[in-house]
Design a protein around this ligand. Structure first.
Ligand SMILES: C[S@@+](CC[C@H](N)C(=O)[O-])C[C@H]1O[C@@H](n2cnc3c(N)ncnc32)[C@H](O)[C@@H]1O
Ligand code: SF4
Length: 364
């Protein structure tokens, strides 16, 4: 009998974009299109080698970026097809609404892709411009129609709230317009100022905490009343459409990342690949390790992270997973209306979800 192992997922990183959005700090470049083909070859080689070394069957494969929909669909399909999967695995590709075409999605579908995640951010043109985005909202509608026409069974829309110049009415319009597309899943993120981005250097455009705190209950109310239940602070889904991939991260499962800057985790050891695509290609070509660095988590760190990740989810965290020294804090938060305790599970209230980081610091 084989020993029990946590579920396992695969992440594939595609570090190319047609233009960098002002707020984005992901490992991605808008001036390296000339190396896309060699990068995709290296990716396939790295995956093949891992398969030869006994890569486990994945319950989820997530192709993220960057903009995966920017690279040739056949090269992306080849990489996906190389990954061994369990029956019924979730296979997601992140797409920019601008690049979604019928033939692109047919190629993905034929490679087993069964979930698309669209970077929508806003449905209001002046807000998109303020975020430094290129697409117009009609592209989102067309992309959703194409997903359905091609027969890809489920999809997510990513939204961002708190851009400079976005009014409450703009945000309501975005959420209503997104819901009108009947998405099985929606992620809504508070715009975050990431170091080194054009946004970080422009203080006048920094988001306002109070404005974002006002916008969170709005998205929650509109999506909940539209039948998409909140199942993690920033994620809502129709029952059965919760993201399996995100679930792996939140459950501290094992995952393997392929491509530059991709992170991996196995039993408390975390490591990540070199950041630039050129360096990555060179290392793969020479059959050298692509690992840039690693960290080994202590048992205490693993336990603290379990609480930090679990409490973000609708099911919350088992009261017994919170250390005895912090049990009194739970009651304080319950009295403040930030936590509820039901059947020995500790869960965030809607107001608590807004303050999740501060709360988890005091609970771990
Ligand atoms: C890798 S990107 C998405 C795919 C694709 N590149 C796109 O933007 O259309 C993943 C998501 O992270 C979110 N995101 C990126 N930077 C962010 C930031 N600074 N604050 C909040 N959300 C951010 C966006 O919602 C974005 O869709
Ligand atoms: S948000 Fe998406 S499209 Fe914009 S720079 Fe980041 S990865 Fe590229």
């Amino acid at each position: 009998m084989t020993a029990w192992q946590p579920e396992f997922g695969v992440y594939i990183h595609v570090p190319f974009c047609s233009r960098r959005c002002d707020y984005c700090a992901f490992a991605t470049w808008d001036d390296k299109a000339s190396i896309i083909d060699e990068y995709m070859d290296a990716l396939a080689l790295e995956i093949r080698r891992a398969v030869d070394s006994g890569l486990r069957n994945a319950v989820s494969v997530f192709v993220g970026g960057g903009t995966p929909s920017l690279v040739p669909a056949e090269a992306l399909a080849r990489a996906v097809s190389l990954v061994p999967i369990v029956d019924g695995a979730e296979i997601t590709v992140e797409c920019n609404p601008d690049n979604v075409t019928d033939s692109l999605l047919r190629t993905y579908r034929d490679a087993g892709v069964n979930r698309i995640s669209l970077g929508v951010q806003s449905m209001v043109p002046h807000v998109l411009a303020s975020l430094g985005r290129e697409h117009n909202p009609d592209n989102v509608t067309n992309a959703v129609e194409t997903i359905r026409a091609v027969g890809i069974p489920t999809f997510n829309l990513d939204l961002i709230y708190g851009a400079h110049g976005e009014s409450i009415a703009d945000w309501e319009e975005t959420v209503h317009a997104a819901l009108a597309l009947d998405p099985p899943h929606v992620s809504a993120y508070a715009l975050t100022v990431e170091a080194g981005t054009p946004l970080s250097g422009d203080r006048a455009r920094h988001p306002d905490d109070d404005d974002q705190a006002d916008k969170y209950p709005i998205v929650d109310a509109i999506l909940e009343s539209g039948g998409r239940a909140n199942y993690e602070i920033s994620n809502w889904a129709r029952p059965g459409h919760e993201s399996r991939h995100n679930g792996l991260y939140w459950a501290q499962s094992d995952y393997r990342g392929f491509g530059c800057a991709a992170h991996s985790h196995a039993a408390g050891r975390r490591w990540w690949n070199v950041r630039t695509p050129e360096r990555y290609v060179e290392l793969v070509r020479h059959d050298d390790s692509t690992e840039a660095a690693f960290e080994q988590l202590t048992a205490e760190q693993v336990a603290a992270e379990r609480v930090q990740l679990a409490i973000r989810r609708r099911e919350g965290v088992a009261r017994g997973d919170i250390s005895s020294a912090k049990q009194e804090e739970i009651d304080v938060f319950v009295n403040e209306g930030l936590l509820v305790v039901e059947s020995d599970r500790v869960m965030l209230t809607q107001r608590g979800r807004l303050l999740a980081n501060a709360i988890t610091i005091r609970l771990t």
